[in-house]
Design a protein around this ligand. Structure first.
Ligand code: ASP
Length: 371
């Protein structure tokens, strides 16, 4: 359930007056812009409980009311909506993605952009799924959160939130992004690479869409084009799918792999070595892969390296996988590949169609031509 907790401009806690401190700043006047903050949970709004950090309902709105910077005219008008319950993002489900996409689409005309507060643990998964769901998006949808809660003395939450708001209000960014630790990243290219650093996210195979050092910059040539107005926003629904990932390592058990490659499994992401190589001399390995492909299980090759693209024919050890029927995942992140598989299997496609679509760029998730 989406609880429209409060418009913080309604209760007077934080409005954007035409007057106020900081008018001389170089940031443009954005107080006419309307941004919806949707709080799903995450560390940003957590406090300490007996068993560790836990999300606290109402905490975000309370804390925002204590931030005088939000009164600066460079800030947009904000409405805060909070999900009930607010969750640790480790608990996020496909149904939550459906709700989020539906809530954005349902209020799309009322706002100039959306800032989604989300836990960092699965932020890249949600940021990868939303682009497949929000088709024809012409406004910014920026996910952010923090490594430390908003109320901590030292925290990254304030800067992440304020900059996400400025970006959503002041720039043409018609796509789903993550803003975190000074970087604006394409959502379906991003991955969480650090559990400890304030710079927790990167997009290893696509350059940042923007950066926020002393200058706030958006590199428009890296941002997706604005879709034609007549296209409008439509929502594609996703359903959970029987898919899995499997990481290769020296000594991997073919028997275990065989057990994984059983129905109801529909697709397996094979986390391979380097350019997309596997232990092709390992007794039974290639046969096991080939049998699964012939049985209609989609096996998608992604490198454990993260940075770089799959080149299945660079080495014999990769060519063996290609010949067995494994599909190249190009330079997708694991998060994007999981979201894409979920999206494709939620459509009424044949296995061959799924394999073809996996290698086409649908929403900016892989290097190629956007379909
Ligand atoms: N466990 C938290 C979450 O993902 C971590 C965070 O937000 O940084 O909700």
């Amino acid at each position: 359930m989406c609880l429209d907790l409060q418009s913080i401009s309604d209760n007077g806690a934080s409005v954007n007056p035409m007057t106020g401190a900081g008018q001389g700043q170089q940031l443009g006047n954005q107080w006419m812009k309307k941004i919806c903050i949707i709080n799903t949970g995450g560390t940003i709004g957590m406090s300490a409980g007996p068993d560790g950090l836990r999300p606290e309902p109402g905490f975000i709105a309370e804390q925002l009311a204590l931030m005088p910077e939000l009164n600066n005219p460079s800030m947009p008008q904000i409405t805060v909506q909070e999900y009930e319950p607010v969750i640790d993002s480790s608990n996020i489900q496909v149904a939550d993605w459906r709700q989020l996409a539906g809530d954005i689409a349902g209020q799309y005309e009322q706002f100039d952009g959306f800032v989604v507060l989300h836990g960092t643990d699965t932020m890249a998964y949600t940021a990868s799924a939303l682009p497949f769901m929000l088709r024809g998006l012409g406004k910014p949808v920026i996910l952010t959160g923090s490594q430390l809660p908003l109320a901590d003395v030292r925290n990254d939450a304030r800067e992440n939130l304020k900059t996400a708001l400025l970006l959503a209000a002041g720039y043409t960014i018609p796509e789903v992004c993550i803003y975190f630790g000074e970087l604006l990243l394409r959502g379906c290219r991003a991955t969480k690479h650090s559990a400890a650093s304030f710079n927790a996210f990167s997009s290893p195979n696509y350059p940042p869409l923007g950066s926020a050092g002393t200058e706030l910059e958006v590199f428009q040539d890296r941002v997706l084009p604005v879709p034609p107005l007549e296209q409008g926003l439509s929502v594609e629904s996703l359903q959970p799918q029987e898919i899995a990932t499997f990481r290769l390592f020296p000594g991997v058990s073919v028997e275990v792999l065989q057990n994984v490659l059983q129905r109801p499994l529909k697709a397996l992401i094979l986390e391979s070595f380097g350019d997309g190589n596997g232990p092709s001399r390992h007794q039974g390995f290639v046969e096991c892969i080939r049998d699964a492909c012939q049985a209609g299980i989609v096996i998608l090759n992604l490198s454990q390296c993260g940075h770089g693209s799959i080149r299945q024919t660079a080495y014999e050890t990769g060519a063996a996988l290609e010949k067995a029927g494994v599909v190249s995942g190009c330079d997708m992140t694991i998060e994007a590949a999981l979201a894409k598989l979920t999206y494709l299997f939620s459509r009424d496609l044949s296995v061959e169609q799924v394999k073809t679509e996996l290698q086409r760029d649908l929403v900016g998730e892989l290097t190629g031509t956007v379909a």
